[in-house]
Write a protein that binds this ligand. Structure first.
Ligand SMILES: Cc1cc2nc3c(=O)[nH]c(=O)nc-3n(C[C@H](O)[C@H](O)[C@H](O)COP(=O)(O)OP(=O)(O)OC[C@H]3O[C@@H](n4cnc5c(N)ncnc54)[C@H](O)[C@@H]3O)c2cc1C
Length: 457
């Protein structure tokens, strides 16, 4: 299949870009692993559930309706259930689809937009592998796509703005939310008040909802242990002192059957890295037009920095316009996206403020007992990681991986790397992976045959 622009990711960023580019006459193909467009923010209930009021679980529903209707009215092709595992320079986008993801599809494009969003960061603690412990975003996804609550009595814990919609969403859907346990210090908000002023009305809205649902808000607290034999029965939470350490004697037990936990988000950068795009820390580096430093590759939304759906929309819009102009060999005029650029500038400032306020307590690794599993795929415990550092002399993430197998399993370290790095006391470095998704060997073999045949003809 040939197209002008391949957009990878049908979240707010990808959809805004696709619509902007299609409006200028570009042939656009959008690929997304999910069964429907919308991304994480506009995740839709499965059609078979016939949700009467899906908007009840969403914010900014009108924006979604506008995106959805514009998408239906434009010529952009959308390939859902397509898991992109690689993008070859030039560009060929390779995806897996079909039952068991055994079938492959290739889309050839003049330009690529990476709008792959972000994923949750979850740090371990004793008991975190018990059934009943879910990620905050996972709980939200269950609610939005399957219309189910993960349990009856929940605690929502960790750090970050995502905890607020999760706690209030679970409560609105009928779960009893015993507490929202946030490790951030309220004083940090005061220190960053200027950057965060734009978020004050939203914050006030959540405060009102927490009150309405009688959700106890425990700021500067953390979960130190999840309890249960075969399934979760409760959690121990403790207060943090001004240095972010657990205050001895402040522990208290909260009975619950669900713990929704999250410690922020990380951008999806696999495809960008395998294409050779430069990163700034953990985010894809882009210029004012959302171009990466690889010609023909643009990036927008949370792949370029965690900042929320409205920022993703603005960046996507700018990227789409820039791509439309550049593919028509025209110098884009930034005046075409002045409003989006203003929103982008304002929300990037907010995102920096959020980053400064929400961070896991610096002492989180002190709570991790030796028998706590840190890499779930390979069942590597904290003791193994500590031994690799202390006895065997590992000083970086890669050596810890080689000595313990932490990060060698199904997720290839995407989920456990921050935990392993924390426990090992080394820097969280990005590791370039050749494939963004696991690929069956048969698909790779067929790929090789196809390339060889093409070369011979
Ligand atoms: C689990 C989760 C739940 C969230 N819930 C909320 C919430 O309730 N409220 C809130 O304000 N914010 C929430 N967020 C944050 C919010 O979703 C983002 O701010 C916003 O959606 C970012 O838009 P985006 O377009 O950059 O990325 P996303 O909306 O994340 O879209 C990225 C899309 O790319 C697709 N994708 C990624 N990699 C590939 C690949 N290799 N192949 C094919 N497709 C791929 C994904 O399927 C996804 O649809 C959540 C985030 C996560 C991770």
């Amino acid at each position: 299949m040939r197209t002008d622009l391949a957009v990878i990711g049908a979240g707010p960023a990808g959809l805004a870009a696709a619509l902007a580019a299609a409006a200028y006459g570009l042939r656009v193909t959008i690929l997304d692993a999910a069964p429907a467009p919308g991304g994480q923010f506009y995740r839709q209930p499965a059609a078979g559930l016939r949700a009467g009021r899906p908007q009840a679980l969403h914010h900014q529903w009108r924006t979604w309706e506008r995106l959805r209707d514009a998408l239906a009215a434009c010529d952009a092709e959308i390939l859902t259930d397509h898991h992109v595992w690689a993008v070859e320079c030039g560009f060929t986008v390779h995806a897996l689809h079909g039952p068991g993801r055994q079938e492959s599809a290739a889309v050839r494009a003049e330009a690529v937009l990476l709008a792959t969003g972000g994923y949750e960061k979850v740090l371990p603690f004793p008991g975190w592998t018990l059934p009943g412990v879910v990620t905050a975003g996972g709980a939200q996804a269950m609610l939005k796509s399957a219309l189910v609550v993960p349990g009856r009595r929940a605690v929502v814990a960790g750090t970050g703005p995502l905890l607020l919609p999760v706690a209030t969403g679970l409560a609105a859907a009928g779960a009893e939310v015993a507490a929202l346990v946030e490790s951030a210090d309220p004083k940090a908000f005061v220190r960053h008040i200027r950057a965060l002023a734009a978020k004050a009305p939203e914050g006030a809205g959540y405060a009102a909802r927490l009150l309405r649902h009688r959700i106890r808000f425990l700021a500067r607290h953390t979960v130190v242990r999840a309890h249960g034999e075969h399934t979760l029965t409760g959690v121990t939470v403790a207060a943090l002192d001004s240095g972010g350490r657990v205050r001895p004697g402040s522990e208290r037990h909260i009975p619950c059957d669900t713990l929704a936990v999250g410690h922020g988000m990380l951008p999806h950068t696999d495809l960008a890295e395998s294409l050779g795009c430069r990163l700034d820390g953990h985010t894809v580096r882009v210029d004012g037009e959302q171009r990466t430093d690889v010609p023909g590759v643009w990036a927008a939304g949370e792949a370029t920095g965690i900042g929320g759906a409205t920022l993703a929309l603005a960046e996507g819009h700018i990227a789409g316009r820039s791509i439309a102009a550049r593919l028509r060999s025209r110098e884009p005029d930034p005046r075409e996206w002045t409003a989006a650029a203003t929103v982008r500038g304002r929300l990037r400032t907010v995102a920096r403020g959020m980053d400064a306020v929400y961070s896991p307590p610096p002492s989180w690794t002190e709570q991790i007992t030796d028998d706590t599993v840190v890499c779930r795929c390979e069942e590597v415990t904290a003791a193994s990681v500590r031994r690799a550092v202390g006895e065997l002399g590992a000083g970086d993430l890669r050596t810890v991986k080689l000595l313990t197998r932490a990060g060698m399993g199904w997720c290839q370290g995407r989920m456990c790397a921050p935990a392993v790095a924390g426990v090992a006391g080394c820097e969280l470095t990005s590791s370039t992976r050749p494939f963004a998704r696991p690929v069956p060997l048969g698909v790779l073999a067929r790929q090789h045959e196809d390339t060889t045949e093409e070369g011979a003809s």
